[in-house]
Design a protein around this ligand. Structure first.
Ligand SMILES: Cc1ncc(C[n+]2csc(CCOP(=O)(O)OP(=O)(O)O)c2C)c(N)n1
Length: 372
């Protein structure tokens, strides 16, 4: 496949490439897409700010990759998501509450994970959003396994998993795609080719010209899509999910996009990425492109946008306000959550920890707050 080949429904200027390709989405679905894309952009800006202020330890952003929302909308409620770390817009659009997300950033008693994961490594049971993997690629094998299980159980659930361009060079990429293809499992491998794996550009990452060609090696259907076109992302994932549900096997999707921010709050992209690249990709912004489409449909104007952003910013500020005041997780939580009934050796360790902390004067409070 050539580099310029990719499925596109909206041109970078927001016009339809061909009206016959336009997905039949309701007004509510289009609004849901826009709402989640704007929400995640505002959330990213705020969280990066809080990290710089030292109020949270770490964050990853999805700046420029908000069209990932389309993949979340294309799934059904009981489908499973095995994410990398940039796809929390998928969790948002599938219904993960903002307060749970905020709790996870702060890692306190309002964190559903009680501070056991790195910040920004969400998981949400109710929406089948499995814990974000930090080690590159591990989620691909987990997803293949879950998809094989779904096939055996005949439950018609589809599994989607995500990785970056760097993720396609991992050993788990091979293991995951190979297993899913052998078993014709209902699995979608969604690769966001955002051009960099931290500081390594994609051309130094792999010998192939386009990542979608890797699908061929596994005898898997491959699709290349404009990753800044939310309608195209929705459409290719919907098709892949329909095929998977009908027993037609897995699909590998290369979504061509660009990371418009740092790799994480610990990175400075100006050290390795020429500013011309940022300028060129800014013209393909997924949110602006979608705005033009929505405006033509009578679903967007500047006044509406201003009000929406004010409302969402307020929602974020209220969540920050509420969560940042919460207490640390209870110290007993380090011993809970693994076994249904705490085994005796953990009970001993638990009591020893309380005693030792008391002895050192670190805390004597039996409300069992972490001595942080
Ligand atoms: C197995 C493993 N090796 C190295 C790392 C360190 N690391 C974290 S993110 C990253 C780059 C990943 O790039 P890519 O897959 O393209 O995803 P992106 O961050 O661009 O979304 C690396 C090397 C890791 N987390 N796990």
């Amino acid at each position: 496949m050539m580099q310029e080949d990719m499925i596109q429904i909206l041109k970078p200027n927001g016009e339809l490439v061909d009206s016959a390709l336009e997905p039949k989405l309701s007004k509510e679905e289009l609004q849901k897409l826009y709402h989640s894309m704007v929400m995640v952009r505002l959330l990213d800006e705020r969280m990066l700010m809080l990290q710089r202020q030292g109020r949270i330890g770490f964050c990853v952003t999805c700046l420029g990759q908000e069209a990932l929302a389309g993949s979340g909308l294309a799934l059904q409620k009981n489908d499973w998501v095995f994410p990398a770390y940039r796809e929390y817009v998928v969790a948002l659009i599938r219904g993960m509450p903002l307060l749970d997300m905020m709790g996870q950033y702060f890692g306190n008693e309002l964190d559903p994970l009680q501070g056991r994961q790195m910040p920004n490594h969400f998981s949400h049971k109710e929406t089948n959003f499995v814990s974000i993997s930090s080690p590159i690629g591990t989620q691909l094998g987990h997803a293949a396994g879950a998809a094989i299980a779904s096939k055996i159980k005949k439950d018609k659930n589809v599994v989607i998993t995500y990785c970056g361009d760097g993720g396609t060079s991992s050993t788990d990429f091979h293991a995951g795609l190979n297993m899913a293809a052998i078993h014709q499992a209902p699995c979608i491998f969604f690769c966001s080719n955002n051009q960099y794996a931290i500081s390594v550009p994609v051309e130094k990452q792999t010998g192939v010209k386009v990542l979608v060609d890797k699908a061929k090696a596994y005898g898997m259907r491959g699709v290349r899509v404009d990753g800044n076109d939310v309608l195209a992302v929705y459409q290719v994932v919907k098709e892949a999910a329909d095929r998977a549900r009908e027993g037609k096997g897995p699909t590998f999707i290369e979504s061509v996009t660009f990371r418009m921010g740092p790799h994480s709050s610990s990175d400075d992209p100006t050290k390795y990425c020429p500013k011309e690249k940022f300028e060129a990709w800014a013209k393909k912004d997924p949110i602006q492109r979608f705005q033009v489409y929505l405006e033509k449909k009578g679903l967007w104007n500047e006044d509406f946008d201003k009000k929406l952003k004010e409302t969402l910013k307020q929602e974020i500020l209220e969540a920050v306000e509420k969560v940042s005041k919460a207490a640390p997780p209870k110290i007993s939580t380090i011993f809970e959550g693994v076994y249904q009934d705490m085994p005796y050796h953990l009970k001993i360790q638990h009591n020893e920890l309380l005693e030792e902390a008391k002895h050192k004067g670190e805390f004597i409070d039996t409300s069992e707050k972490f001595p942080l």
